[in-house]
Design a protein around this ligand. Structure first.
Ligand SMILES: [Zn+2]
Length: 864
C-alpha cells in the first residue's frame, strides 16, 4: 500500500512540474495571441458571426451506411459520425458485444466469446447526447406507490456524453462524432486489469493505441447497428512475449463486434425461475413484495410462438434456425445436423413442430459467422484451445428473451492431442488448503469438451485394446459428437447443466446393450457424464447419448409450452420428484473438494451406484495398464502415444477416486417443495453402509501399498518425442508426484474443514458414520498395512503428506476454520502415528518413520 502511495505521489510531482511548465508556455503563447489580435483589430473589421455547420456539410466527404443508427465514415480519414434521431432520445436499446478474434493470453478474449448484453438509454443533456447503461436488477410493481422511488440508491452508468456536432431541426436528427464511442473501450472493457498478486512476469497487454485501433467492418440494419473494431494494445518494451498465438507481443490485436440493437417490440411472455429445473437466468429482485423470497429471476428462452395457437402441435412463427458454418469438416455435417434436430423431440412435447431448423452456410455466403442475426455452429482450430464446445447466447436483460446464440467447436478436442503431464500437474495440489471458496465462477462457461475429450480418449484406448476396434472407434466418434452438439444446443435453448442426471440408470442397465440402445445414457444431455465403457467387452453397447433425455423433454416443456393456466404450469413443475427429472447443477456439484454436499451431483461419473461404477472403472484401467506396453507400442513411431495412454489410465483412477470420496460425509439434497407428491426431506445423510463402502474402496484402490502398481518396465518406455529445443525439461515422468496428486486430491476433500464440519453436524440428523470412526478408519487405511515394517516409496509419500495435513489442521494457516472436534481427532491420530512409527523395516523406512516422528514432535511442541 505504502509503495503505491509513494508511486502516486511521485507521479503527481511529475505531473505538477509538467503542468507548471506547460502553463508557463501557455501564458506566453496567449500573450502573443493577444498581441496579434490587438494589431488585427485596429486594421480590419470584426469577423462575421460563426455560422453553425449543417449535417450535410459535416458529412460531405463521408460514406453513409444506413440502419438503426445511420453511420457516416469519412472516406479520407476513416473517422466515424453517427446520427441519433429525436425519437430515439429517452428510449432504451440493447448493447451486445462479442469477441471476433483475440488471444487466450489476454484472458478469455477469444473468437466467439460473448461479453454479455446490457440495456442502455439515450439521453439528451443540453448540447450533448448521453449513453446511459440501465440497472435492470430490480423490479418495482408499477401499481405500488413505492415504485415512485425506484431510482433510490441505484446507479445507472453514463458511459459516454458526446457534444452534438450538428443538427437537423426539421427532421429531428443529431449528428455526433462516434470515434470515441467505438474506438475506445467506452462500450465495453476489453483489456483485463491486472489483478493483485499477479506475477510481474506474466503476459500483459500494452495500452490501447488510438492511432492503430480501427474499424474493420460496419454492418447496419433497421433493427441493429454492428461494428467490428480492431483494438490494438501497444507497449514499447515487454518482458513476456506471450504464446505462439502472438506475432509481436508489443502489438496485440483484439477484434470485437459491437451491436446496438432496437429493443424488441413483441408480446414475448416472461417466465420465472424455479429451483427444481435448470434454466439460465437474469437475476431480478422484486422490491415491492412482502414475500421473504423476493426472487423474480427471468429464465432465458426464445420467443417461440405457435403459427396456429389452437393446434395441439404447430410449427412456430419463427423457428430457431441453426447454420452449420462452411468451415465445418464435411464428414461431420450430417451428424451435427441430426444432433441439433434431436431437440425437436422435446419441442413436440411442448407443442411445437420443427422448432429447430438446420441449414448449411453456403461457401459463397456474404455474411460472416459472427453476424448476430445468424445462429452458427462454428469450427476453429485455435492454439491452446480452452474448451471443446461452448454454447453462449445473449438475451434482452429486461425480459430474458434469447436474441441470438452461437456454438464454438474446437477441432483439437476431436483429436488425441492433449498434454497429460500438464493435466495432472494442474490438478490443484493444495486447493482447499490455500484457496478461497468464494471464487466467482462463470456458470455459462462450458467445459464439456475437455471432459469429453478425456472420456473419448479413454474409450478409444479401451476399444483399441479390444477386438473390433475400428468399428468401436467409429461409434465412439459419432456418438460423442452427437452428445456434445446436443449439450451445447441445450445451452443455447436456455438450459444450464444437470450434473445429477447420471443417476437415472443402474450399472446393470448400462451394461445391457439392447436396453440402452437409442437412449440418452442419463436423464439429460446437459450432464458431464462419463462415457459408457464396459469392462466386459462383450457387453459393450452405446458409448454416449444419441437422444435427448427425459429431463430435457420435461425442462423444455417448462420453458416453452404455452400453458393455458398457471395451475397447468405448476402441475408440470410438481413432476420434479419423478426419478427421471432429477436435477442439480454446477452450483451443487462436488467436483471441487469441500464445495458441495450431495455426492449424486457430480461430473465424470455414471449410474445410480457411483461407488460400484467407479470401482469398475478403476479395475478396467488396471486391466488395461497390464497390457498397455504391448498394445500401444507402434512400429516406427515414438513412445509418446504410450506415455499419453499411461497418464490417461492413471488419470481415470484419480477421477473415479474423487467420485467415491464424495460419499463420505455426503448429504443427499431433495429440492421438492413442501407437500409435493414424492417429496422426501431436504437433507438425508448418506447411509453408514455406503460411507463405509466408499472408505473401503479408497483404502483398497487409492491408499493401499499396491494401489498404483504397474509392470515396472512400463516406466522405461514413458518417453516424449523430442521437438527442437521447446521440449519439457527434465523430460522424465514424475511418477511419485503424479500418484501423490491423485491421493492428495482425495484427501483434500476428506480433510476439508467443510467435510469434517458436516460429518459432525450431520451426526445430529442421521449420519451414523461418526467423525471419530471415519478419522480412525482413514488413519488405518494410510498406516496399518505397513507401518510395522517396510514402507514403499508411494506409501512414504502418502503417509508424510497425510501427516502434514493433520498438523496443518492444528497449526496451519487455515487451522481456525477447523472445528474443535476435528482438531481433537487430528491430534489423536498424530499421537497414534507417533506411537506406531517405530524404527522397523529397511533403512529408507526407518528414515521415513524418523521423519514422521520428528514432524509430529514438532507440532506437539507447538500445540502444548
Ligand atoms: Zn455445458
Amino acid at each position: 500500500m505504502k509503495k503505491i502511495k509513494l508511486h502516486v505521489a511521485r507521479y503527481i510531482c511529475v505531473v505538477l512540474a509538467l503542468f507548471t511548465f506547460l502553463s508557463f508556455q501557455n501564458i506566453e503563447a496567449q500573450n502573443k495571441k493577444k498581441k496579434n489580435k490587438k494589431d488585427a483589430a485596429t486594421e480590419a473589421p470584426a469577423p462575421p458571426v460563426k455560422k453553425e455547420k449543417t449535417i450535410a456539410e459535416l458529412v460531405k466527404t463521408s460514406r453513409k451506411i444506413d440502419g438503426l443508427f445511420p453511420i457516416y465514415q469519412d472516406t479520407i480519414t476513416g473517422s466515424l459520425q453517427m446520427i441519433v434521431s429525436k425519437n430515439q432520445i429517452d428510449k432504451e436499446f440493447i448493447y451486445f458485444s462479442q469477441i471476433a478474434d483475440g488471444v487466450l493470453d489476454a484472458g478469455r478474449v477469444i473468437r466467439g466469446s460473448y461479453m454479455g448484453s446490457e440495456v442502455f438509454k439515450i439521453e439528451k443533456y443540453f448540447d450533448k447526447i448521453e449513453f446511459v447503461i440501465q440497472n435492470t436488477s430490480f423490479y418495482f410493481d408499477p401499481e405500488n406507490p413505492l415504485s415512485k422511488s425506484k431510482d433510490a440508491n441505484i446507479s445507472n452508468g453514463n458511459i459516454a456524453s458526446i457534444t452534438i456536432a450538428a443538427q437537423d431541426k426539421a427532421k429531428g436528427l443529431y449528428l455526433i462524432k462516434a470515434d470515441d464511442l467505438f474506438l475506445a473501450e467506452t462500450l465495453a472493457q476489453i483489456k483485463r486489469p491486472s489483478s493483485p498478486g499477479e506475477s510481474p512476469t506474466s503476459f500483459k497487454l500494452g495500452n490501447l493505441n488510438k492511432d492503430k485501433t480501427k474499424i474493420n467492418a460496419i454492418n447496419n440494419y433497421a433493427e441493429n447497428t454492428n461494428l467490428e473494431v480492431e483494438y490494438v494494445y501497444s507497449s514499447p518494451s515487454i518482458l513476456n512475449k506471450g504464446s505462439n498465438a502472438i506475432a509481436d507481443g508489443r502489438n496485440v490485436s483484439i477484434k470485437v463486434f459491437h451491436s446496438l440493437i432496437a429493443m424488441p417490440n413483441n408480446d414475448y411472455e416472461e417466465r420465472f425461475d424455479d429451483p427444481r429445473v435448470g434454466y439460465f437466468t437474469t437475476q431480478v429482485d422484486d422490491k415491492t413484495t412482502t414475500n421473504s423470497i423476493p426472487y423474480r429471476d427471468l429464465i432465458h428462452r426464445w420467443n417461440l410462438i405457435k403459427k396456429d395457437p389452437n393446434a395441439a402441435i404447430s410449427e412456430p412463427v419463427e423457428p430457431i434456425t441453426w447454420w452449420i458454418e462452411n468451415s465445418t469438416p464435411l464428414e461431420w455435417r450430417e451428424t451435427i445436423a441430426n444432433a441439433v434436430l434431436q431437440w425437436n423431440v422435446a419441442f413436440e412435447k411442448a407443442g411445437f413442430k420443427n422448432a429447430l431448423v438446420v441449414k448449411i452456410q453456403p461457401d459463397d455466403a456474404t455474411w460472416d459467422a459472427g453476424d448476430l442475426r445468424y445462429n452458427v455452429l462454428r469450427w476453429t482450430s485455435s492454439p491452446e484451445p480452452p474448451f471443446g464446445g461452448y454454447g453462449p447466447s445473449f438475451v434482452n436483460p429486461k425480459t430474458g428473451q434469447i436474441l441470438g446464440a452461437d456454438i464454438m467447436l474446437e477441432f483439437a478436442h476431436f483429436t488425441n492431442r492433449v498434454f497429460y503431464d500438464k493435466i495432472y500437474s494442474l490438478a490443484s495440489l493444495d486447493a482447499p488448503f490455500e484457496t478461497s471458496e468464494n471464487k466467482q465462477t462463470d456458470y455459462t462457461y462450458c467445459s464439456l469438451g475437455h471432459q469429453l475429450q478425456e472420456e473419448v480418449m479413454f474409450a478409444n484406448a479401451t476399444a483399441m485394446a479390444s477386438a473390433n476396434s475400428d468399428y468401436q472407434m467409429e461409434r465412439i466418434k459419432k456418438e460423442s459428437m452427437t452428445a456434445l452438439i446436443m449439450h451445447e444446443v441445450g445451452h443455447t435453448l436456455g438450459l444450464n447443466h444437470n450434473m445429477k442426471a447420471s443417476q437415472l440408470y443402474s450399472p446393470e442397465q448400462l451394461n445391457d446393450a439392447s436396453f440402452i440402445e437409442g437412449k440418452c445414457l442419463t436423464a439429460s444431455v446437459m450432464d458431464y457424464a462419463a462415457l459408457n465403457v464396459t469392462r466386459d467387452r462383450s457387453k459393450q453397447g452405446q458409448y454416449d447419448d444419441v437422444a435427448v433425455g427425459p429431463y430435457d423433454i420435461w425442462a423444455i416443456q417448462l420453458g416453452y409450452k404455452p400453458f393455458a393456466s398457471e395451475s397447468e404450469h405448476q402441475a408440470l413443475l410438481s413432476e420434479s420428484t419423478k426419478p427421471e427429472h432429477i436435477f442439480g447443477n454446477d452450483a451443487d456439484d462436488m467436483r471441487t473438494p469441500g464445495k458441495a454436499i450431495d455426492p449424486r451431483v457430480n461430473v465424470s461419473d455414471q449410474s445410480n451406484d457411483q461407488i460400484a461404477w467407479s470401482i469398475d472403472r478403476i479395475e478396467l484401467s488396471n486391466d488395461l495398464m497390464k497390457t498397455v506396453k504391448t498394445k500401444f507400442r507402434k512400429q516406427g513411431e515414438s513412445y509418446q502415444e504410450l506415455r499419453r495412454v499411461y497418464y490417461l489410465l492413471s488419470g481415470q483412477k484419480g477421477s473415479a477416486a474423487n467420485t467415491i470420496s464424495r460419499f463420505i460425509g455426503g448429504v443427499y439434497v431433495d429440492r421438492a417443495m413442501a407437500g409435493q407428491t414424492g417429496e422426501t426431506q431436504p437433507y438425508t445423510p448418506v447411509s453408514l453402509k455406503d460411507q463405509k463402502r466408499a472408505m473401503g474402496a479408497l483404502s483398497k484402490y487409492i491408499f493401499a501399498p499396491d494401489a498404483f502398481d504397474v509392470p515396472n518396465d512400463l516406466f522405461n518406455y514413458l518417453a516424449m518425442q523430442r521437438r527442437g529445443f521447446n521440449f519439457r525439461t527434465p523430460e522424465d515422468p514424475k511418477i511419485h508426484n503424479q500418484v501423490l496428486t491423485y491421493q492428495k486430491n482425495v484427501l483434500n476433500h476428506l480433510l476439508h474443514y467443510n467435510t469434517l464440519q458436516r460429518i459432525s453436524d450431520s451426526e445430529l440428523y442421521g449420519n451414523a458414520y461418526k467423525l471419530s470412526a471415519f478419522m480412525t478408519d482413514l488413519n488405518n487405511a494410510i498406516f496399518k498395512a505397513d507401518i510395522n515394517g517396510t514402507v514403499n516409496s508411494f506409501r512414504q509419500n502418502l503417509q508424510l503428506e497425510y501427516t502434514n495435513m493433520l498438523t496443518a489442521m492444528l497449526t496451519g494457516k487455515l487451522s481456525s476454520s477447523y472445528s474443535n472436534t476435528a482438531k481433537s481427532m487430528a491430534l489423536y491420530n498424530l499421537k497414534n502415528i507417533r506411537t506406531m512409527a517405530n524404527a522397523t523395516g529397511d533403512i529408507a523406512s526407518i528414515a521415513h518413520k524418523l521423519h514422521l516422528r520428528t514432524l509430529i514432535d514438532n507440532v506437539l511442541e507447538e500445540v502444548k
